[in-house]
Each structure stands twice: as C-alpha cells, then as structure tokens.
Design a protein around this ligand. Structure first.
Ligand code: ADP
Length: 264
C-alpha cells in the first residue's frame, strides 16, 4: 500500500506508540510473573517449616526443651505468614482506594523510639548500631499505626541491606516552618541509578533472593501520600541509601487533610 503525504508520519508514530505499549505490557506481565513466583516462595518457606515441626511434635517422644523449640519456630513462622498476608491485604486496599486512616496526634520522637526498640534485636544480630537523633516536640496529625508501619519498613530495609558492624542514622528535624523531615541513612549496599528509579514500584526488587515481596516501599509511599507527605530515596551503589520522609506538622495539617474515621 502506498501512503501519501503526512499520513505516512502519523502511521509511523502510531506504530511506534503501539510497539512501546506492547513492550510495556510484556514488561508488566514479566514483573507480575516474577512477583507470583517470589510470593509463592515466601509463603512456602514458613509453611514447610510449620508443617515439618508440627508433624515432628505430633509423633511425640520429645523432651520439654525440644518441644519448646519446635513450638517457638511454629509461632515465629506463623507470624511471618500473617505479616505477609497483611502486606498483601494493605496493597490491595490501597489499590482500591479503601485504606482508611485513624487520625490523631503522633509524636515523631516517641514514634521513632518505638521503631528503634522494635528493630533493635535484628540490628544487634548484625552488630549494627542504630543512632536516633530526633528533635523534641515535633507532632504530626496522622495514623500512628500506619506511620509506624512505614518507618518499620524503612528501618527493616536499612538493616537488611547494611553490612555487619555498620551504623544506621535516624534524624528527625523541623523543615521550614510547618514540616518535619525524617531521614534514615545507611552505609549499606546501595542501589544503582537504574534500579533506584524503580524501587518504589510495586513488586520491584533488585534481587529476589533477599526475601520480601517488593511491596513494602510501594505501600509506604502511598501511606505517606495519604498523609499529604512525601517519601524520597537517594542512593549510590556500594555507598548506601538515604530515605527521606516529609510530613506536615500537626498545627499546620489540622483542617487541611480530608480524613475519614477508621471503619475496619
Ligand atoms: P522488599 O524489602 O519486601 O523486597 P521493598 O519495597 O521494601 O520490598 O524494597 C524493594 C527493594 O528496594 C528491595 O528488595 C531492595 O532491592 C531495595 N531497597 C530498599 N531499601 C534499600 C536499602 N536501604 N538499601 C539497599 N536497597 C534497598
């Protein structure tokens, strides 16, 4: 077919757009396939261990110490499964715009102290030192549990991707008149520029062998956005990563965020 004049260019444009769209579909299907395979693996590992220990204990003949060890593992692995399923449910709630925040005054320093206590044991195992430097009296208007979830995810990642014996710094200070900035910095493995652009995408992981679902940061970013805030990451491969979260202070935020009471 001979096509005359400008149509030729329009058709060429259309073809290249379609080509791009087809590549995007292939890419997003690939990401979903990878996700299904990594989530199946994440579910199977604790289930195998729960099955193994419960069958062993049912067969009987174990002393109290061994029984305690087995039951302890069953309980730990069940908690891991609950965490995973909750992450999936949160993700689907956010996708459907159904996450409701339960708003109240949240002290940033107190919240971060709780985070440090929560991840202390995990850090200790890698001899990682957690340093918290938070200004007093910074209060935001937000959902304490959801904000805790965000900072736990960030701190967990910092520990997971840090080298043994390194330091993780958590700073919180007033930014401008009406905002607070929390910065979590590690000196861990870092993220290349190419990957950094995608780490906050749902399902994305630099290396699926590290465990996890690749949903944590996508969920965290959306929770912060629901609070009218901002989550940003800076990183350099081999040097470390810095996660910044900016939130409005309570006096500045009251009346500006459209909130709905928790209905779950
Ligand atoms: P998950 O940790 O469950 O894989 P996340 O969404 O929390 O999911 O993180 C996505 C990916 O981003 C991680 O798998 C990892 O590759 C990268 N990442 C996140 N935080 C850090 C960090 N502090 N240092 C290096 N890489 C990180």
């Amino acid at each position: 077919v001979r096509i005359k004049g400008n149509y030729r260019y329009e058709i060429a444009d259309l073809a290249s757009t379609l080509n791009y769209m087809a590549q995007e579909i292939v890419r997003s299907n690939q990401i979903k396939d990878d996700f299904i395979s990594s989530i199946s693996h994440e579910l199977r590992t604790p289930l195998t261990s729960i099955k193994g220990w419960s069958e062993t204990l049912i067969s009987g003949g174990y002393d109290p110490e061994e029984t305690k060890l087995g039951v302890g593992i069953i309980s730990k692995e069940s908690n891991r499964l609950i965490g995973l399923v909750e992450e999936l449910l949160d993700f689907s709630k956010l996708q459907q715009n159904e996450m409701r925040l339960s708003m109240g005054a949240v002290g940033i320093k107190e919240l971060l102290q709780e985070i440090v206590l929560n991840v202390w044991a995990k850090a200790e195992k890698k001899q990682i030192r957690l340093v918290l430097d938070a200004e007093e009296g910074l209060v935001v208007y937000g959902d304490a549990n959801r904000l805790k979830q965000v900072f736990l995810n960030i701190a967990d990642n910092a520990i997971k991707f840090s080298h043994e014996g390194s330091d993780i710094m958590i700073h919180a200070y007033r930014l401008f008149e009406d905002q607070v900035e929390v910065v979590v910095s590690d000196t861990g493995i870092g993220i290349s520029e190419e990957h950094l652009a995608r780490v906050k995408d749902r399902f994305f992981q630099v290396d699926s062998l590290n465990g996890g679902t690749g949903l944590g940061l996508a969920i965290s970013q959306q929770i912060i956005e629901l609070h009218g805030g901002l989550l940003e990451m800076e990183s350099e491969l081999g040097q470390g990563t810095r996660v910044r979260v900016q939130l409005m202070l309570a006096d500045a935020a009251s009346g500006t965020i459209n909130t709905e009471e928790k209905m779950e």
